[in-house]
Ligand binder design. Structure first.
Ligand code: CAA
Length: 258
């Protein structure tokens, strides 16, 4: 399918999805969100790691599209918010690792998009923030919840109430960003991390992701029960047999994801 505002590039098992509307700093209007939703639903089956980044030089995503939002009625805003939430939820539910490569402004819905990925690497040029209260609204694509779960209530409230824009180093200090890279090395770093993952069992990675997500909202006892069950389930899989056999035969494993 041909997209106007996003672009999917695939190299082997690694796909890079660009939000690519640089004239509006990749702002998320309805069309862009719909394209993202469609692309996430129809990723080629051989993609094993997804990197999400922004097209152009300046932005990852500068937020939801303010020009479009300014004219929304409250009913339309409910729909727009629901679409944004669906995109974030589809991203989070992908059975493969997702890495946000934040290459510039990640504001409002842009930060929220990055937060819906498994983790974030940022370029030295990145600026993150949730400035929505300055527009008379609140983060509407999951930011109040995902940021809070990541950094705790006090820091999330500080960032959301002030709407302050923070640089990549500060975002790393707060635990939002895992690493800060020179701008021209950001995607290469993401790909190198993805390559490490490709050596491991896709089935086990997918299960680990599922268990981490499912356990996050549970108390420790229930969360550990989810892990116990999933650990047992993997035994008997081709990947478990191959992984352990390869270790014992002192050779690299060849995983099939089955
Ligand atoms: N929506 C629509 N258009 C946007 C946009 C956005 N979020 N962000 C930038 N643009 C547009 C600008 O209007 C401008 O368009 P024109 O050339 O047609 O005037 C173009 O992108 C370039 O932007 P600037 O000229 O403003 O570039 P700059 O370098 O001076 O500033 C910036 C960059 C600081 C990111 C500034 O553009 C900005 O503050 N953008 C808005 C950021 C923001 O408030 N995001 C939150 C949106 S609300 C939200 O996301 C709600 C939610 O949670 C779902």
């Amino acid at each position: 399918m041909a997209y106007e505002n996003i672009r999917l590039e695939q190299e082997g098992a690694i796909a890079t999805l660009f939000v690519d509307r640089p004239k509006a700093l990749n702002a998320l209007n309805t069309k862009t969100l719909q394209e993202l939703e469609s692309a996430l639903k129809s990723l080629p089956a051989d993609v094993r790691v997804l990197i999400l980044t922004g097209g152009g030089e300046k932005a990852f995503v500068a937020g939801a599209d303010i020009a479009e939002m300014a004219a929304l009625t409250d009913a339309q805003a409910q729909e727009f918010g629901a679409l944004g939430h669906r995109v974030m939820a589809s991203l989070e539910a992908l059975p493969i690792p997702t890495i946000a490569a934040v290459n510039g402004f990640a504001l409002g819905g842009g930060s929220e998009l990055a937060l819906a990925c498994d983790f974030i690497y940022a370029s030295e040029k990145a600026k993150l923030g949730l400035p929505e209260v300055g527009l008379g609204v609140i983060p509407g694509f999951g930011g109040t919840q995902r940021l809070t779960r990541l950094v705790g209530r006090a820091r999330a409230k500080e960032l959301i109430f002030t709407g302050e824009r923070i640089d990549a180093a500060k975002a790393k200090e707060y635990g939002i960003v895992l690493e800060v890279l020179p701008a021209d090395g950001l995607l290469a770093h993401c790909r190198a991390v993805a390559e490490k993952m490709l050596k491991n069992s896709p089935l086990a990675i997918s299960k680990a992701k599922q268990v981490i997500e499912a356990g996050a909202d549970q108390d420790l006892r229930k969360a550990n029960e989810i892990e116990r069950q999933a650990f047992g389930d993997l035994f008997g899989s081709a990947d478990q047999r191959e992984g352990m056999k390869a270790f014992l035969e002192k050779r690299p494993a060849t995983f099939t994801g089955k």
